[in-house]
Each structure stands twice: as C-alpha cells, then as structure tokens.
Design a protein around this ligand. Sequence first.
Ligand code: ADP
Ligand code: MG
Length: 347
Amino acid sequence: MKKNSLTIADWGEFGFIEALKQRLPKASGDLKLGLGDDAAWWSPAPGNGILTTTDMLVEGVHFDLSYTSAVDLGYKSLVVNLSDLAAMGAQPSTVYLSLALPAGIEKAWLESYIDGFLKLAQAHGVQLAGGDTVKADQLVISVTLCGLAGAAKPVLRSGAAVGDDIYFSGSLGDSYLGLQLLSGRMRDADDFGDFNESAAFLQTRHLRPTPRIELGVKLAASGGVTAMLDVSDGVIADLGHLLTASGGLGAELEVSCLPFSVAGRHFIDADLVDYVTLLSGGEDYELLFTAPPERRAKIKTIAAETVVNLTRIGRITASAGIFMLVDGSRKVVGGRGGYDHFQDQSS
Ligand code: ADP
Ligand code: MG
C-alpha cells in the first residue's frame, strides 16, 4: 500500500458505515428500515414484520478463550443477537450460524460450543436453519437471527420525545466488572474474601447475560414505548445513539437512581470502580427505553409480569448532551462516544 495513504482508521467504524449508508437509497418498498437500528425491518405482507440482525465475534477482539469456555461462547454468540431482537420488540424464530475455524480446533470443543448455542436456541424456540463453515487462522463466528415483530410496528431508536422518562432493565455495569475480574485487569476474585459471591455473580453476568425477549415484546405491544435499544456499547454510548437517532435530543440521568446490583455496589463502596466507568462499560445487554410519564403505571405492571426490575433513571431534554444529576447539581458526562473497532485500542 502507498505510504501515507488513508486507512479505515481515518474513517473509523462509524464513518465507514455512514459512508456506506450515503451510497444507499432510502429503505423503500418491503424494506421498512435498513441500516442504523438494532435490526432491519422487512415487511413482505401487511402485519408480517420480519426483523433481522447479524453480528460477528472475532477471537482476541470479542472474546478470549483463556477465560471463556466453549459452552459459554456458544451461549454468548446467540445471546447478543437475541438481545438486538428484544430491543425491537421482536420474537426470535430462525438463526444462521457461520464459523471460520482454525484447522486444529478440537472436536470436543466444538461439541460443547454447539451445546451452548443450541440449548439457548431451544429455550427461546429458535431453530437453526443454516450457515457456513470455513477454515481460517483465527476463530470467527457470525450469527444472523430473524424474528417476527411482536406488535404492528417494532420499537425504533428514533422515537424519543422531550419529557419522556428513560428506563433501564435489570442492573447496570455488572458485565464490565465481570470482564475486569475474568481478564485479571482487576484483582483476582480470590482476593476479595467476602466479595467472592459477588465476583462469581458479576462474571456470570458477563458470560451469560439474560436475553430480555419477553420484556421487549411486552413493551412493544403496550404501545407506549417511544424508543428502545439494547445496551452493548455502554449506557452513555448507547443512550447517545438513541438521542442522535431521535433528532439530537439530550438527557438528564439521576445518579442516585442508577440500578447497580448488590455485587456492583460492593465494588463502588470499596472504591474499586466509579459510577461513570460503569455507565461507560459495555455488554450489559439490558434494554434502555423511553416512555412518556403517563405510562408509568403500565410499565410497573410489565415489570411485575416479566419479573424484571425496570428503573426510571432520568428524562429526555431538548438541549443536546448527557448530564448527571448528583445531589441536585448538574454535571456533564465526558463518557466515550462508543467503541470504534478501528479507532479504539481495547474493547
Ligand atoms: P449493533 O451494535 O446493534 O450490532 P452496529 O453498531 O454493529 O450495531 O451497526 C450499526 C448499523 O450498521 C447496523 O444497522 C448494521 O446492520 C449496519 N452495518 C454495520 N456494518 C455493515 C456493513 N458492512 N454492511 C452493511 N451494514 C452494516
Ligand atoms: Mg444492538
């Protein structure tokens, strides 16, 4: 390559996707929604919305085999896609699995991988319908998941309005802490004494996040949810995506309301991590959504029905930017704008 020529690093992952989008006509006809949301929306017949999402996992970039077992990786490679369909309010149905495998990979490892993948698929009524298998130097996994819209219209990222409440499902930041413990970037779990139980919980939250499908479908069917996405890049980055898609709005987050788990609080209280780091850490695979205040009672009912905590963490504002309310004062968040595969050094 010619010296000094520009590379993908100058463009960045999101710059490239944006340039690609510019080359495409606006989605039309059967395609109701193309690039830019958690899944594409294709509607070949009235009342028959099909949602499709695809994700790739690369060894050394998305997972590390030194602390990820084959069965956990099988689970994880499907759950990240289930989470994207949950965020559209769709019911998953059919999956395609493509694998690039190093020649020396062991049969027993692959058996366990498939066990983890198929067990989760069966638990959600998802059928494996095809894929591809090739040889490569590095393990690469590509999963494409299709599902049916659970309501007349899926919930997009773009519908938030000023004054809407912002909700987060489950607990926040566990996966980030779990990854720090698994990778040894934070002290080993054995050093934590009383925290051992917490450490095990956090590691499980990283390796085996719960797909929020029933919740996503119910929220979409309730009709009152204005925007939704799943949190894969971290709350700050993904809330930023929702605000941008909704026309450049802003948000205020009430720090005292953030739903940290008991285990997460142990680490905050021990000064091992701060809340901004947890808001920036990725891979929660929880749902972040917005709804007008008159929907509060309905959302409480859905939380009870699905047995998932739904916490109101803030509200949508007209002025752009994400602010934190800490003891009544307003602080701007400098958090990251989202992980970029070609511009960030670590995931
Ligand atoms: P997510 O984090 O939810 O998986 P991404 O940030 O990976 O979403 O992708 C953003 C959007 O860009 C998605 O709609 C995705 O389908 C689209 N996209 C990413 N890479 C490509 C590509 N090479 N060709 C077409 N669409 C792409
Ligand atoms: Mg997503």
